[in-house]
Design a protein around this ligand. Structure first.
Ligand SMILES: [Zn+2]
Length: 451
């Protein structure tokens, strides 16, 4: 890689990148303004805007999104007739959680054992720096060969959907031929990975009623229909003997044919207790990336402490269903509701209500942008080939953009490999990954322009 001029430029820019990342990490930009001053987020937004202006971006603006936060936008014109690439990152971060659990202060970027520690270092302030490094490397080596739009979101971690709704209201703003979401991560350090699939999600509330009021379990128990038992039976009907998700009419999609997730590794990552089996069937990747998965998120019933000897008259639960690509989440929601209603025993009254819904995402990996990315990763990670991974969770913006711009190609890369411990205490970024991924992004933009 050392013989590559783009890589040499990025290497020479790393000390500056560290200084800049330290400045950005110092803002406590948690978009929960009851807990963290709004001025911290505003400071981070201004920092990003100033950085874009310094790189020659036009139309740089702090966009007021409907959830009361700000996204930073900028446009860097390229050569006439060139394609347009949108680069995404977010400057807001998760709260630091237990500050005493941090070895060094969360908002002071600190080097330790070859990694840089600090809240947001990987997720996703490092992503902001990655985009800047890639563009600077191209400018130093012949110029940026595409039109570039940058959007840095201010409330990704809150899930309040500000940028999604803003984009829907201003559909022309983020139009692009290709979108690079810099908020994912390699499967592990040194293994270049694109995330090609995200599961969607649906949330359904179910309520079961059997009696006009609670009854004494001594006097009535045994014959009185117990709503909590009815609910437990309904919820249990969502799983097969091995724990697989079984929703009537919802057929598991085909398996996962990209990168495989080693079972032992999964047990470690998930911190499964000794002797406890995993649930479901198929490979781990099948189960967490390519198949539906139901989880009961909560049950309303009397807590153990203070419980009285009563037969319950009603009970509720919140059920989530993760939906793989290929399954429409609107359809899946209907199937889940129908299943819950059909499996309620004893003629108990049942009602269901959808409380949330998001579509799955699946990239077209045969597209020119994927070819350009594979070529870039092979250079930035000598001896390695680009890997395809899935993600069990969702990035709602991704589905929004895929819906708004069905022609655009979407690539997910980033600094959130497992060692980064994003969202946990002691989050860190690998400076080598920052360097290699910045080179990757620069070469990708160049390959894509030429392709
Ligand atoms: Zn993130």
């Amino acid at each position: 890689m050392s013989s590559n001029p783009v890589a040499e430029t990025v290497a020479s820019l790393m000390p500056r990148a560290r200084t800049e990342l330290a400045e950005l990490v110092a803002f406590k930009s948690v978009a929960d303004f009851d807990q963290f001053p709004r001025s911290e987020s505003e400071g981070a937004a201004r920092w990003v805007a100033d950085a874009l202006r310094a790189e020659g971006f036009e139309d740089v603006a702090l966009l007021d999104t409907p959830d009361g936060t700000q996204s930073v936008y900028g446009y860097l014109p390229g050569p006439e007739g060139a394609r347009t690439v949108l680069l995404y990152a977010h400057y807001d971060v998760q709260p630091p959680l237990d500050e005493s659990g941090w070895t060094t202060p969360p908002f002071e970027l600190t080097e330790r054992d070859g990694r840089w520690y600090g809240r947001g270092a990987a997720d996703c302030k490092g992503g902001v720096i990655m985009h800047l490094l890639a563009l600077r490397a191209l400018k130093a080596n012949g110029g940026v060969p595409v039109h570039v739009k940058v959007i840095a979101e201010g409330s990704e971690e809150q899930g309040t959907g500000g940028l999604e709704r803003y984009a829907e209201q201003h559909p022309e703003l983020l139009t692009a031929d290709t979108i690079v979401i810099g908020d994912a991560g390699n499967y592990r350090v040194g293994l270049p990975t694109v995330t090609t699939s995200l599961r969607g999600m649906t949330l359904v509330r179910v309520r079961v009623d059997t009696l006009e009021g609670n009854l004494h379990s001594g006097q009535f128990g045994g014959a009185a229909p117990d709503a909590l038992s009815a609910l437990i039976r309904v919820l249990d009907s969502l799983r097969g003997e091995d724990g697989s998700t079984t929703v009537d009419g919802l057929t598991p999609a085909s398996g996962w044919d990209g990168l495989q997730y080693d079972e032992e590794q999964f047990r470690q990552d998930a911190k499964v207790l000794d002797g406890v089996e995993l649930i479901g069937s198929g490979t781990i990747a099948d189960r967490i990336w390519a198949r539906p998965a139901v989880t009961v998120l909560g049950i309303d019933c009397p807590p153990v402490v203070g419980a009285t000897p009563s037969v319950q008259a009603s009970a509720r639960a919140l059920v989530s269903l993760r939906v793989p690509p290929g399954v429409d989440s609107v359809e899946a929601t209907k199937l889940l509701q129908a299943h819950l209603e059909a499996h309620t025993p004893w003629g108990a009254r049942v009602s269901t209500e959808q409380t949330g819904q998001g579509q799955a995402f699946s990239a077209d990996t045969t597209s020119p942008a994927y070819a350009a990315m594979a070529e870039a990763m092979a250079v930035a990670y000598p001896g390695q080939e680009m890997q395809y991974a899935g993600q069990g969770g969702s990035i709602p913006l991704c589905s929004t953009l895929a819906g708004l711009y069905p022609e655009a190609e979407i690539l997910l890369i980033g600094l959130s490999e497992p060692e980064a411990q994003i969202h946990a205490v002691n989050e860190s970024v690998s400076p080598q990954e920052l360097e290699r991924l910045s080179v990757t992004e620069a070469l990708f933009l160049r390959n894509y322009a030429a392709g």
